[in-house]
Ligand binder design. Sequence first.
Ligand code: NAD
Ligand code: TYD
Length: 336
Amino acid sequence: MVEVLVTGGAGFIGSNFVRHALSAHPDWRITTLDKLTYAGRLENLKEVLDDPRHQFVRGDITDAAVARSLVARSNLVVHFAAETHVDRSILGAGDFIHTYVFGTFVLLEAAREAPGLRRFIQISTDEVYGTVTTGASRETDELKPRNPHAASKAGADRLAYSYFATYGVPVIITRASNNYGPYQFPEKVIPLFVTNAIDGQAVPLYGDGLNVRDWLHVADHCRALDVVIERGEPGEVYNVGGGNEVANLDLTRRILAALNRSEDLIRPVADRPGHDRRYCLDTTKLGGLGWRPQIDFAAGLGETISWYRQNEWWWRPIKQGDPAFQAYYSRQYEGR
Ligand code: NAD
Ligand code: TYD
């Protein structure tokens, strides 16, 4: 059996990856390590909690004893755990630096001592390149992160590389574009706008709505990680982009149209400070390993919207039953 440690596996991408990996790799035994922050939900893993090849451990990656004991027995680490919302990093960056820079350091120290470790996959992001005026970011481009979340990702991305260069830890770094799909916490733009629109509530669009993101279906991301794990080279960086550049206004219109809602629901609000205008990834390098995204954006968005319509049990308790979510929503949007 291949012993796999997935950090942050109760979050959006991590839980999709755990489900995908248990079904795609019958010879993998997975331990999910997750602190269950506001964004980590055990119900994201409900289908696999009783799977004999899966173990859930509630714990913090910054806890060296926990990290050491779990990494020591692993052949593969896939490190997703992070604070992930740019807007929250603007309200306060401390947790971002602690979890992602210090937490990645703790895991990497544990990885130095792990006898059977074959790969350490560092899940970075396209946001480390900063805003992209023309063309597409390549793996060799300078990193110019422009918000605290992106800067924490860039710090850990390079720290992970340094553990490859200095100590030979078999690190591979992936930089993915914006993901979408089921189980994404409803503070990110697609699930927030879909669930607001289902309820006939306004959707708060930042600035002129012309910022562009490159959307990647989470299932395509999971398949890309398989390719990187199997065929990627330690010390290398791989961009993972969906090839779907869409302006936020266009995205919003598509969501409203799919839900038969009027565009009157669009509420233009003050822009995000330091809002990156555009992200775009050159994925030639990963294409060379045989990966291509398979999910057409229109179809993937439609399926994702349907998932939120059919799974109100999942998001209503967060949006309507959790005072912390409501406090965040008021702080972020009221009077904006
Ligand atoms: P998420 O916020 O849904 O999940 C993060 C998970 O990490 C949660 O389950 C949380 O409980 C856990 N976590 C946080 N701090 C922890 C700690 N100290 N110890 C253990 N667990 C902890 O995030 P996501 O969207 O699934 O993103 C996962 C990773 O992918 C992140 O590293 C993110 O930066 C990266 N990424 C995300 C996107 C995207 O569009 N969502 C794109 C590119 C890269
Ligand atoms: P988000 O989902 O927060 O992801 P990221 O900041 O990692 O790209 O935001 C995606 C885009 O949507 C980004 O350009 C900001 C914009 N946005 C809004 O216009 N309104 C909102 O309420 C949110 C959360 C995001």
